[in-house]
Design a protein around this ligand. Structure first.
Ligand code: BJW
Length: 235
């Protein structure tokens, strides 16, 4: 019989490392996206205003990659834990706060997912704020289906912008008993500061392929690939 974690309210923060074994790139690993793309060009509002086509090509390329990959054992293990809460076999609550813009948590079956850095499958109208879904390539000069304004940007949080759903995330962090990070370098704020927010009231665990180079604020670390370590932690 499966023994799920004992804590009642768990917040899991995921980063690019959880999707790496599905075939998506991370950002800051040696072979990551930032080794080939300039952050200021593709990941800032100023970069988009300078060259919307360059930014659109960057995200269209990532949309194409996402279409060719599947959730992995780590995504599925989290979805199974949430399902256990739903069917009553685990007396707990799980919220996934993801920095990822892919939809692999949802495709694995998770429903309680908050995308704090936006979603690849949506674009945002720079006039009315509508966030329609976009299939295949999305181009900035496409008219918004709601207001016809011809400037749709990726629905992504770039540097200098405020991450999404922060009120819900802060409330979940304040109420959680356990906080687990999976596959994130912990370099980008505000997500990097969540462990400091919870450590006086929650048990904290970091799951990462690499052992931390410097001491961290986490109570425990599990070192290894997410597809091995997350099912082991959830079981
Ligand atoms: C595995 C694995 C396997 C690999 N198994 N593990 C100076 C000090 C402090 C803050 C700032 C500062 N100057 C500027 C700031 C703010 C800035 C910031 O933090 N900058 C830092 C770089 C210093 N932050 C912002 O601007 C944010 N906004 C903000 O702060 O607004 C103010 C505000 C906040 C709150 C309330 C009110 C006001 C916005 C940040 C936007 C980030 N956007 C991006 C790109 C968009 C999405 C996209 O294109 O995909 O988000 S940047 C990029 O980094 C992306 C990611 O979500 C994010 C985090 O990266 P992640 O996921 O951690 O990936 P990596 O590559 O870094 O790490 C992968 C990890 O996986 C590694 O550790 C591997 O070891 C591991 N791994 N394989 C397990 N198989």
């Amino acid at each position: 019989m499966t023994q799920h974690p004992p804590a009642e309210r768990i917040v899991v923060l995921t980063g690019a490392g959880i999707s790496k074994e599905s075939g998506l790139e991370t950002f800051r690993d040696a072979d990551g996206l930032w080794s080939r793309h300039n952050i200021d060009d593709v990941c800032t509002p100023e970069g988009f205003l300078r060259d919307p086509m360059l930014v659109s090509r960057f995200y269209n390329g990532r949309r194409a990659e996402l279409a060719g990959v599947e959730p992995n054992a780590a995504h599925r293990a989290l979805a199974e834990l949430e399902q256990a809460a739903r069917d009553g076999s685990w007396d707990g609550e799980l919220l996934i706060v993801t920095q990822n813009i892919d939809d692999l948590h949802e495709r694995a079956g998770s429903r309680n997912v908050v995308h704090m850095h936006g979603e690849l499958r949506r674009v945002r109208c720079m006039s009315c704020g509508a966030t329609p879904e976009c299939q295949g390539d999305c181009l900035p000069q496409t008219p918004c289906p709601a207001c016809r304004h011809p400037t749709l940007r990726p629905d992504i949080v770039w540097f200098g912008e405020i991450p999404m759903h922060m009120a819900r995330i802060d409330a979940a962090l304040a109420a959680c008993d356990r906080f687990v990070t999976i596959g994130t370098s912990g370099t980008v704020y505000p997500a990097a500061g969540f462990v400091a927010q919870v450590r006086d009231h929650a048990d904290t665990l970091d799951i990462n392929l690499e052992a931390p180079a410097i001491p961290t604020l986490f109570d425990r670390t599990l070192v290894g690939p997410a597809t091995r370590m997350v099912p082991r932690w959830v079981a």
